[in-house]
Design a protein around this ligand. Structure first.
Ligand SMILES: [Zn+2]
Length: 397
């Protein structure tokens, strides 16, 4: 099988700056399992379940001494979410859910132990200036009421109109009205004309170190983050812009190589060297001729048009197509909120920052990592992270 020449991706035109932010990936210790068909099409035999570990991100601007979270995981007692959300979770869509700790507690435990050891703490959760919500879903908003009232909430355009007021004022609200009481709620309007790639962008700190970009589709107000990790490298925080990297990989910009690069993190069941044909055989555009060109240059999946889990699948598809341009850039590391590659490849809080991702070759190690989740000979790649909805160590009734 011959290699396929890459088509150059359109330039992202990221603004210049020497200002960077520290960036840490936090394991939100929330594992979710869904029927893949709720999110993705077409169906691929052997990949009926999708594993969603969950990550939040801590961003520190040293120039302005500002601390923000991009997403905040889920509350541990998920059965105390609003009635509408609990009913959505328990009515069949979610087949596995387990939460071990809240992001607030992970940060607080680190701060306490670092302080006791007289070491420098990375962050005290009571000093977080803002929690940015990629979107309003329960696995991203965290237990916001545990943060001090000085912590503001930052959301994308359209949030207030589509989400407020909270429960119990609106009986079917996904969030509590108390989440917002006494707390600043900042809705980003994206009206300055700034663009990065095809996305409307907002310079969050006003110093070029961190941008928010408008990425609607999964929900109307969905936003993503672009953190400048060194002067010319970035991490794209995708939230739920996509739930599976096979939705934006491979592309003509970054075709699947005949043999996966040796840096790729692969489970021990897979051969080394690993031919891509093991996986392209389950690709919807697989063909036996032409070096399997279509399967190696088009993503495995698209948003499921019939799914009720999107605000607009057409919009979600456009948004994820623009993400492919970021993913093709060797100076951008794409990290979606439920990316299975992170725990295998990336240093997780408090072990280390993400800033040196390029020097550490995390891009090479993780780009094709999603094949670990794909079936070989129609047999599932990895087992489910959790089977059943778990409440305090037992199955939720
Ligand atoms: Zn999510």
């Amino acid at each position: 099988m011959a290699e396929i020449a890459a088509v150059p991706a359109p330039p992202l035109n990221t603004p210049q700056s020497n200002n960077t932010c520290g960036l840490w990936a936090i394991d939100a210790t929330c594992e979710i399992v869904l029927d893949t068909k709720h999110l993705l099409q077409p169906e691929i035999k052997g990949h009926e379940k999708i594993n969603l570990p969950t990550y939040a991100f801590y961003i520190y601007n040293p120039r302005l001494d500002k601390r923000v979270l991009f997403d905040a995981g889920i509350r541990k007692d998920w059965w105390n979410l609003t009635p509408k959300v609990v009913s959505d979770i328990t009515s069949g869509g979610v087949t596995g859910l387990l939460v071990k700790d809240e992001v607030y507690d992970t940060l607080a435990a680190h701060h306490k132990s670092a302080t006791e050891r007289k070491e420098e703490s990375i962050v005290d959760p009571d000093t977080i200036d803002a929690v940015i919500w990629s979107h309003f879903h329960y696995d991203h908003v965290g237990n916001i009421q545990r943060y001090p009232k000085s912590t503001s909430i930052v959301v994308g355009a359209g949030f207030k109109e589509s989400i407020l007021p909270g429960y119990p004022i609106r009986k079917d609200a996904p969030l509590y009205q108390a989440d917002f009481e006494g707390r600043e709620l900042i809705e980003i309007s994206f009206d300055t004309g700034l663009k990065i790639g095809k996305y409307d962008a907002h310079d969050f700190f006003g110093d070029g170190s961190f941008y928010l970009v408008r990425t609607p589709g999964h929900t109307v107000e969905h936003i993503s983050g672009v953190v400048r990790t060194t002067a010319d490298t970035f991490v794209f925080l995708g939230g739920d812009i996509s739930h599976f990297p096979g939705m934006y990989r491979p592309t003509a910009y970054k075709p699947m190589p005949a043999t996966l690069p040796i840096e790729t993190y692969l489970d021990s069941r897979l051969p080394v060297p690993c031919p891509c044909s093991l996986f392209t055989v389950c690709h919807p555009n697989h063909s036996k001729d032409d070096d399997d060109h279509a399967a190696r240059t088009r993503p495995f999946y698209q948003p499921n048009e019939k799914s009720a889990w999107y605000y607009s699948t057409a919009m979600a598809l456009r948004t994820v197509e623009s993400l492919q341009e970021f993913d093709a850039d060797e100076n951008v590391f794409v990290a979606i909120a439920h990316d299975n590659a992170l725990r295998d490849v990336v240093d997780i809080f408090p072990k280390g920052k993400m800033n040196e991702w390029k020097a550490n070759k995390w891009g090479e190690k993780s780009h094709w990592h999603f094949v670990n989740e794909l079936p070989v000979d129609e047999k599932p790649g990895r087992g489910v992270l959790v089977d059943g909805l778990m409440k305090e160590g037992k199955l939720y009734q």
